[in-house]
Design a protein around this ligand. Structure first.
Ligand code: PTJ
Length: 249
């Protein structure tokens, strides 16, 4: 495609597609990352391509969980680096949390490229390259992680996560915050807190809440997190979508 005209009504969406397809050509995004992106776009339409109330509240709980954590880690993959690298770095500094590249389709070449891309964007330290630990009960290379990173984390933020790995992380006793536009996915259902929103809006929104909650007592943060019922909240998202579709029909 030539230059995308700024007056195109879907300009933002087209630019995002360009970004992700270029990142695929550069070996950062896996080819199935394009399929995942398309699926995300479809669900984004259903919520009106904006942060809905339920997602904002989930982002607040996510911020509370990340702030009260002893070793919080933000797990990033190809799509996340292509769409939100700077925002992830800013969030990680604000909490503070570690950043770890953790791939579904892991190759040493992609790991190297993604860690380099993060460092080029300003990240001081990026975990994932050592690969000296394994998430139990996960076959193949998608179970590889860093001992000092995800393996020993108590809270992990997983944008665009695979359902199987999300469950394996929960089985390790970790508190999982997922960002997933699909409220029906296994990841959404398995996480402790699911933010049904686009990763490009959700990451800065979590940061907004981290700044608001930063000076609150740990006990208050804990109470907020404890009060969250993820199943009920996902039900509310589905009701929102169904009401919205009814109102449009
Ligand atoms: O870079 P890798 O090798 O780790 O691979 C990453 C992908 C995304 C290819 C891999 O994790 C994968 O196949 O994921 P899934 O199982 O397709 O799940 C992706 C989920 O993310 C789907 O439920 C999508 O709806 C959702 N999604 C896609 N784009 C976005 C999104 N959620 C939030 N924001 C998005 N921009």
């Amino acid at each position: 495609m030539g230059e995308i005209p700024k007056i195109h009504p879907r300009y933002k969406s087209l630019i995002t597609r360009e970004k992700i397809s270029k990142a695929m050509e550069n070996g950062l995004v896996h080819k199935t990352g394009l399929i995942a992106h398309g699926r995300g776009e479809a669900f984004d339409y259903l919520i009106g391509e904006k942060t809905i109330k339920e997602a904002d509240e989930a982002a607040m709980i996510a911020a509370a969980a990340l702030l009260k954590a002893k070793n919080p880690v933000i797990s990033v993959n190809g799509n996340v680096v292509a769409l939100s690298a700077n925002e992830c770095i800013s969030l990680a500094e604000c909490i503070p949390a570690k950043l770890e590249v953790n791939l579904f389709h892991r190759t040493e070449e992609r790991m190297k490229k993604l860690i380099e891309a993060f460092k080029k964007a300003g990240a001081r330290e990026v975990y994932g390259g050592i690969g000296d630990a394994r998430i139990p009960n996960l076959g193949h290379d998608r179970g590889i992680c860093d001992k000092e990173g995800i393996f020993s984390a108590d809270v992990v933020l997983v944008p665009l996560e695979d359902g199987d790995r999300c469950k394996a992380l929960r089985d390790m006793g970790k508190f999982i915050v997922a960002i997933d536009l699909n409220p029906l996915s296994r990841t959404s259902k398995t996480a402790n807190v699911t933010i049904v929103d686009n990763v490009m809006r959700a990451i800065p929104n979590i940061e907004k809440w981290v700044k608001k909650l930063k000076n609150r007592e740990k006990r208050e943060l804990e109470e907020k997190v404890k009060s969250w019922d993820n199943g009920e909240r996902l039900g509310n998202v589905l009701s929102f979508i169904s009401k919205r579709l009814n109102s449009l029909s």
